[in-house]
Design a protein around this ligand. Structure first.
Ligand code: GYE
Length: 371
């Protein structure tokens, strides 16, 4: 479905907003103090963000004078981010803030500290503040219909990025921009099938899941099993959530290895670790050092995100495969916002292209990852 912009609405929106601005300001200030933090510490460059006291610093770099630009100059986006649980997440936030600054778009940033209720509160504050566009990363798939219906009734288009929602009414959001997380799971499994194509022995897999209930975890879980379900060599002997956190990866590794210093689950040796994100993988590698276990050799490791620290570990032979998940969607989001502002259609679903890095690749030519 193509989402038609409502320039007229967006501009009427602005004048209506000015009138209601003072009335709502006391309300918004309260909501802002509760919900907003300025930026992830030290990572935004001259980002256009409105902070808790309503001031905004706008990057004057975008001097492009054509009609389109002029429409976006005082566009305000409300951006509800999950938190800062990984290098991937911090980069995603920076990509949004930097792209907004470069486009001259004001971005009100909210860090939900990993709580859905904080995101719902933030989205409600954006509605009261009457932002022009709401952008959010749904921490989990379910439970968004009510607040999205409120945004729709307020005529505020919603762009969902990174993770997906499950809804009975697809008209509640204008567009989704993100990766194919099922395909990421398939890629991880295909690497293993290729690596072990000449062996018939049983291979035991330990899976580190991400945040349960999120579309990312469900996708990476499903895609991986889809490819391996008819391959009896592979057996997933244990799966636990580490919530995408390095600390929880570390905690699980310590719990497993403290039994007898061996990488075993209930006495069964682990041959492969499939980790839904690099942070949890790095947590395991931290503990492996203490126990003298060589990741990438004593155990095969496949990790998703492909942040710099994991590419370095791949180059050092500490892991075997990194499935890329690209966090840099800011510029595309701003392009969609500008299209909305200029009455141009935007696609409902946009998938981000991604690659896979393996131990067989020449890693010397990889550009710095930026996260
Ligand atoms: O893989 C992980 C982050 O939603 C794709 O969330 C994102 C995931 C990413 O915490 O590092």
């Amino acid at each position: 479905m193509k989402y038609m912009a409502r320039t007229q609405n967006i501009n009427n929106h602005k004048s209506r907003r000015a009138v209601r601005f003072s009335v709502a300001m006391r309300f918004v200030a309260l909501a802002l103090v509760m919900a907003f933090v300025l930026t992830a510490a030290g990572c935004s460059k001259k980002a256009a963000t409105a902070n808790a006291n309503g001031t905004s610093s706008t990057n004057s770099a975008a001097t492009n004078s054509n009609q389109e630009q002029s429409y976006t100059r005082n566009i305000i986006i409300g951006f509800s981010q999950i938190g800062a649980e990984s290098a991937w997440r911090t980069c995603n936030t920076l990509s949004m803030q930097t792209a907004a600054a470069e486009a001259g778009i004001q971005l009100i940033y909210s860090n939900a500290e990993q709580k859905q209720e904080n995101q719902i509160k933030a989205i409600r504050s954006f509605i009261v503040y009457q932002v022009d566009v709401i952008v959010f990363v749904p921490i989990v798939q379910d439970g968004w219909d009510n607040v999205l219906r409120e945004a729709k009734e307020a005529h505020i288009p919603v762009i969902i990025i990174d993770r997906k929602i499950r809804t009975s009414d697809e008209s509640l959001y204008a567009a989704y921009i993100g990766a194919d997380h099922v395909e990421e799971g398939r890629k991880a499994a295909r690497f293993l099938q290729e690596k072990y194509k000449d062996t018939n022995k049983t291979l035991n897999i330990l899976e580190l899941r991400g945040t349960d209930g999120s579309s990312v975890t469900d996708g990476r879980y499903q895609g991986f099993r889809e490819v391996l379900e008819n391959d009896s060599r592979f057996s997933i002997i244990y799966s636990e959530t580490g919530d995408f956190l390095r600390s929880m990866g570390k905690e699980l590794a310590e719990r497993i290895l403290s039994v007898n210093g061996k990488l075993q689950v209930n006495g069964t040796p682990v041959d492969i670790i499939y980790s839904h994100n690099d942070s949890m993988t790095l947590g395991f590698l931290d503990v492996f050092e203490e126990y003298g276990i060589q990741g990438g050799k004593d155990v095969t490791i496949v990790s998703v995100d492909a942040e710099q620290a994991i590419i370095d570990a791949l180059a050092e032979g500490k892991i075997n495969c990194a499935v890329e998940c690209n966090p840099k969607t800011g510029p595309l989001v701003m392009e969609f916002v500008q299209r909305l502002a200029n009455n141009r259609p935007i696609p409902k679903i946009t998938r981000i292209e991604e690659t896979v890095f393996t131990e067989n690749d020449d890693l010397s030519a990889i550009e710095p990852r930026g996260y």
